[in-house]
Design a protein around this ligand. Structure first.
Ligand code: SF4
Length: 351
C-alpha cells in the first residue's frame, strides 16, 4: 500500500517523478517557469504532442504503471474552454488541473479519468479566466460560483503551479464571481496573502480517523489539514468542511463524534463565523468497484451491492448508496454533532 510521503511528521510537497511538456506550453510564461523548475529539480523531462495522449509509462505491471502515472506531471495548454456544470456546490467547474497525486481508494477520478490518471496542469490561465468572466457576465446580476476541485486537488499542486492563487485573486476582483474548492492537502502558505476579498470559500475534506488511515494514502494528515484550516480562517477566507465520503464502519458514531470534537477544539472562533459543512455518504458504481479492486486490491472499502440501495442515475449508470435507514442514521448523528460543536454553522447538503 502507498504511504504518505513524509519527513518526520510532515507530509511533503508533491514532486513528480516524470514531467511531460507540450511544445506550445513553452510559449507561455508559466510553461517556461515550470520547465526551469523541472530542470532545477533534475526531473526526467519528455515532450508530448498532446497532454491527452500520454502512453508508455515505465513499469512491469498495470499497477506499477498506474503508480508512476499518478506521479507524472503533464504541462499543457487547455483547449476546451467550455466549462462543465458542477452541481450542487457550484454552477461551473473551473479547470486549472486534471488528476491528483493522492491515492484515495474511493476517489471518483479513478473512473472519470479512466486510463489517464496522470496530472495535467494548464499554462494558459488568461484564457481560462477570460472564459470564467464570460460565464459570470452571462448570469449577471446573479452570482456565479465556480468549483476548482472537480477534477483535481488544486492545493496539492499549488506549490508547483501557483495557478490557484491567480484564480483566487481574479475572483476577488469579480463582484459577481465566487470560487470554491476542497482539499486534502495542507500546503496553503502561499495562498494566505492572496487578495481574496471574501469571494473564495476554502474547504477541507475531513473524516473519521478510520477513513483517513485506511483509504486516503498520499494526502496530508488530519492534524495538518486542521492546522491549515486555522491558518486560512485567520487569513479571512470563508471556511468550510466537507465530510466525505461518510463511511459506515464499526464504531462510526465514536469516529464521527471524535472528528467533530477535534474540529471544535482546533478551529479557532474566527473560523466558526460563516462556517459551512457538506455531507456526502459513500457511493460507488459497478465500474468503480472493478477499477478500485484492480488498483487497490487489498482495500478494506466495503462495496457489497447486497448491503446497499441502488440509486438510478439521470444520465449514466446508477450508484450504490446506503439504505435509507443507515443514511438517515448517519445524517442525523453527524448533523447533531455539528450543531453541538458549531451552533451557527450551515449544513449545505447531505447527499
Ligand atoms: S485528494 Fe481528492 S482528488 Fe486526490 S485522490 Fe484523494 S479524493 Fe481524489
Amino acid at each position: 500500500m502507498l504511504e504518505r510521503q513524509t519527513k518526520g511528521k510532515n507530509t511533503l510537497q508533491f514532486v513528480p517523478e516524470l514531467v511531460y511538456f507540450e511544445p506550445d506550453a513553452l510559449e507561455y510564461p508559466k510553461g517556461r517557469r515550470l520547465m526551469e523548475w523541472a530542470e532545477s529539480q533534475q526531473l526526467p523531462i519528455r515532450m508530448t504532442s498532446s497532454h491527452n495522449r500520454i502512453t508508455g509509462f515505465p513499469g512491469e505491471s498495470e499497477l506499477e504503471k498506474y503508480k508512476i502515472a499518478k506521479r507524472t506531471l503533464v504541462v499543457g495548454v487547455r483547449k476546451t474552454l467550455k466549462f462543465d456544470t458542477s452541481k450542487p456546490s457550484a454552477e461551473y467547474a473551473l479547470p486549472i488541473a486534471t488528476g491528483c497525486m493522492g491515492h484515495c481508494h474511493y476517489c471518483y477520478l479513478q473512473t472519470t479519468l479512466g486510463a489517464k490518471p496522470y496530472i495535467r496542469v494548464y499554462v494558459n490561465m488568461d484564457d481560462i479566466l477570460e472564459a470564467a468572466a464570460g460565464y459570470i457576465a452571462e448570469r449577471a446580476p446573479d452570482i456565479t460560483r465556480f468549483e476548482a476541485a472537480c477534477t483535481s486537488d488544486p492545493v496539492g499542486l499549488e506549490p508547483i503551479t501557483g495557478s490557484l492563487k491567480e484564480v483566487i485573486e481574479f475572483m476577488g476582483r469579480q463582484p459577481l464571481g465566487r470560487l470554491r474548492f476542497v482539499t486534502k492537502f495542507h500546503h496553503v502558505d502561499s495562498l494566505l496573502d492572496a487578495e481574496h476579498n471574501g469571494h473564495t470559500r476554502f474547504r477541507f475534506s475531513v473524516n473519521a480517523d478510520y477513513v483517513i488511515r485506511n483509504f486516503e494514502p498520499a494526502t496530508s494528515t488530519f492534524a495538518e489539514r486542521i492546522e491549515a484550516a486555522g491558518k486560512v480562517a485567520r487569513a479571512g477566507y470563508p471556511l468550510g468542511f466537507i465530510i466525505a465520503p461518510i463511511i459506515w464502519h464499526d464504531g462510526w458514531e465514536d469516529g464521527y463524534a471524535e472528528l467533530l470534537r477535534k474540529l471544535g477544539e482546533t478551529v479557532q472562533a474566527e473560523a466558526a463565523v460563516d462556517l459551512t459543512f457538506e455531507l456526502i455518504q459513500h457511493r460507488f458504481t459497478k465500474t468503480a468497484k472493478t477499477v478500485i479492486g484492480q488498483r487497490y486490491p487489498k482495500t478494506k472499502l466495503e462495496m457489497d451491492e447486497a448491503k446497499r440501495k441502488y440509486k438510478w442515475g439521470r444520465w449514466g449508470q446508477g450508484k450504490y448508496v446506503y439504505p435509507d435507514e443507515q443514511a438517515n442514521a448517519l445524517r442525523e448523528f453527524i448533523t447533531e454533532q455539528i450543531f453541538l460543536r458549531f451552533p451557527t454553522a450551515t449544513i449545505e447538503y447531505f447527499t
